[in-house]
Ligand binder design. Sequence first.
Ligand SMILES: [Zn+2]
Length: 165
Amino acid sequence: MDDPVANNPFKHMPVKDLLSDDHFMREALREARKAFDDDEVPVGAVVVCEGHVIARAHNLTERLNDVTAHAEMQAITAAANHLGGKYLDQCSLYVTLEPCAMCAGALHWAQVGRLIYGADDEKRGFTKYSDHLLHPRTKVKKGVGSQASAQLLKDFFGSKRPARG
Ligand SMILES: [Zn+2]
């Protein structure tokens, strides 16, 4: 008789890491909403290691007056601080919007194990440039929570447009 557990090709990975992409993306969306409330472009990220969120971050480019303060950059730094090591190969990074080329480069340096992102960024997303910006061992899943993420960005830029003329 087939044993469904023995036949699971991902049996070496904790089950909650595999079944919880929607759950952890909701955590990233919560971060994006914090950014929205602070008048920052609403992008949020969390880093998950062994089923636990070890870092949460959102875009801080306005507050820090720093164009590099994207959610992923903040999350990578916070996760490395938490782990006491610079590599995130055992971690999954969830981000509500497709990373830009800069963040994809940073994720390469961090050797992140999995990247899960929500909405595509047709203007600035890294896949517009190259799929090889990430580390070759990084596994990618896209489109998780993409609708909620895209709606939040739409609401944000929609609310900005009249004010900026
Ligand atoms: Zn970025």
